[in-house]
Design a protein around this ligand. Structure first.
Ligand code: ADE
Length: 234
């Protein structure tokens, strides 16, 4: 998978791209990442990429000419066989979730565009395929959101995590019916008065599977009833 990141802060990504399984995916060539600094695409003595909003108002807006020039440059440098999917990170986008992570993990080339300031000039949207939000809160920029998209997407690529079964049976996966995963326990069997349920220690696999199904359902109902409603409406 190829990913280009358009950002004013490429240095934020460097440790992230060197560390843990993302770093290993880069090392092994499963993932290649290109950082496209927005600054050189800026204008004037200060290489500004933002300007005041038409119509007045507080804050600065990212200029469409600078942002789209950076997106085009990143796409050209990627040199992908198929046109990359261009994704803007913005609080106004579609809420990111595991279904979208799975879809993006099947895309061979992505351009992730991180906004800053008060947001993108509206016309940038005409040059993007998707707009994605991390959730209903506002970050000062899209960089942390882009890292979340990369981490959740890359871990779904084949041969990235050691044990591929762990991405199959986890919260939100089709294998878990889109629900939260059942609770997990490891040693010690007893910790400060809290014990591992007997059924998990007895070794009867059918009973363990039934216990886990029941627990996953109960905890999804208590914590995330929206997941059950969504499941019911599919
Ligand atoms: N940029 C600022 N806030 C954001 C959010 N919630 N999701 C994605 N990008 C953002």
């Amino acid at each position: 998978m190829q990913i280009a990141i358009v950002t004013l802060f490429p240095e934020l990504f460097e440790p992230f791209l060197r560390t843990s399984f993302v770093g290993r995916a880069v090392e092994r060539g499963v993932l290649s990442v290109l950082l496209e600094d927005l600054r050189p695409h800026g204008l004037g003595n200060h290489l500004s990429i933002d300007d005041t909003p038409y119509g007045g108002g507080s804050g600065m807006v990212m200029r469409p000419d600078c942002v789209v020039a950076a997106m085009d440059a990143a796409e050209l440098k990627l040199g992908a066989a198929a046109r990359p999917r261009r994704v803007l990170l913005t609080p106004q986008g579609k809420r990111f979730d595991q279904t979208l992570a799975r879809k993006l993990s099947e895309v061979p080339a992505l351009v992730l565009v991180c906004g800053r300031y008060e947001g993108f000039d509206e016309r940038v949207r005409y040059f993007a395929d998707d707009e994605v939000s991390l959730g209903d809160f506002v970050l000062t920029g899209g960089e942390v959101a882009a890292m979340s998209v990369i981490e959740s997407t890359v871990r779904l690529l084949p041969n990235v995590l050691g044990n591929h079964d762990s991405v199959r049976e986890e919260s939100f996966s089709p294998e878990c019916g889109g629900m939260l995963e059942y609770p997990q326990f490891t040693r010690p069997a007893s910790y400060r008065g809290y014990d591992v349920p007997d059924v998990l220690r007895a070794g009867d696999h059918e009973k363990i599977a039934a216990f886990r199904r029941k627990q996953a359902l109960a905890r999804s109902r208590a914590r995330r009833p929206d997941l059950l409603r969504r499941r019911g409406s599919q």
